[in-house]
Design a protein around this ligand. Structure first.
Ligand code: AP5
Length: 255
């Protein structure tokens, strides 16, 4: 018997932290990350792609893209030698009972499923503050996760904090002694300047996205109840990650 690949589904409400945790899972477990949201946004960015333009209108309105459109895309993306070799991490799919059914029809069986639970009132704050670095794909937040300059070991660099001098220039902020410059985390201005916001990250679109999530959540949970773990996603990202990591390191259940 060959050791089976780790094939993971991660599910949760919009802004529950799926993308944030996927970055960590990929870095540690080397799985192929397939985010249906990212796939659809890439198709939508291509003005000549007819399906992409259907998806774009749906996404901006906060509605789900039709099942038949997304199912074909996912089945094709999972059916690659790389996915078969490394294992996969499916982020944002399946999202309806029909999509879960299609997975088994195509013999695509996850062996682990992570469900992130976050109260609805926390999600609006996360969505409106979210920003994306289009160059690296890293997800930031204007209040809780800003891009900072780091040294080679990954530690955040410190530099003197600056403030407006009232004449259009900048002066350092001083410690109480009036002579020592106050140091703070060094913001990476180049990354800050290129951050983008998603078209569906508005409170109006979020309300609709939450409605369809609530309608479908139980059907998706039921499809994987025998292999899934439900985690409180309303904790610091590292605390959520510690639980995910422990779960993924456990032996893969026998199918
Ligand atoms: P998709 O891109 O999948 O969006 P989503 O499910 O709404 O999820 P998000 O990407 O908004 O959030 P996330 O859970 O990844 O959170 P993140 O880590 O970024 O889908 C978009 C659209 O595509 C859908 O609405 C639909 O139209 C269409 N679509 C996609 N798949 C489909 C399918 N299968 N069928 C039909 N249509 C489909 O975090 C959010 C923010 O919170 C960030 O700023 C982050 O820094 C912050 N944050 C994350 N974790 C924490 C934490 N623990 N504490 C504090 N802040 C945190």
């Amino acid at each position: 018997w060959a050791h089976p690949n780790l094939n993971v589904v991660i599910a949760g409400a919009p802004a529950s932290g799926k993308g944030t945790q996927c970055e960590k899972i990929v870095a540690k477990f080397g799985l192929v990350h397939l985010s249906t949201g990212d796939m659809l946004r890439a198709a939508a960015a291509d003005e000549g792609n007819e399906l992409g333009q259907i998806a774009k209108a749906k996404m901006e309105a906060g509605e789900l893209v039709p099942d038949d459109l997304i199912i074909g895309l996912v089945a094709q993306a999972l059916n690659t030698p790389e996915c078969k070799k490394k294992g996969w991490l499916l982020d944002g799919f399946p999202r309806t009972a029909a999509q879960a059914h299609a997975m088994s029809k195509f013999f695509l069986f996850p062996n682990k499923c992570i469900m992130l639970d976050v109260p609805f009132e926390v999600l609006a704050e996360r969505v409106t503050g979210r920003r994306l670095d289009p160059e690296t794909g890293t997800i930031y937040h204007l209040k809780t996760k800003l891009p900072y300059k780091r040294d080679e070991a990954g530690n955040i660099l410190q530099e003197p904090l600056m403030q407006d001098d009232g004449n259009g220039g900048k002066v350092p902020v001083m410690e109480e002694d009036g002579v020592t410059p106050k140091m703070g985390d060094a913001l990476d201005e180049a990354v800050m300047a290129r951050l983008t916001q998603r078209g569906d990250d508005t409170v109006e679109a979020l309300t609709k996205r939450l409605e369809s999530f609530s309608k479908n959540r139980d059907a998706v949970a039921a499809a994987y109840s025998d292999i899934s773990i439900e985690l409180n996603g309303n904790r610091a990202p590292d605390a959520v990650w510690a639980d995910i990591c422990a779960y993924l390191e456990k032996e893969i259940p026998f199918p």
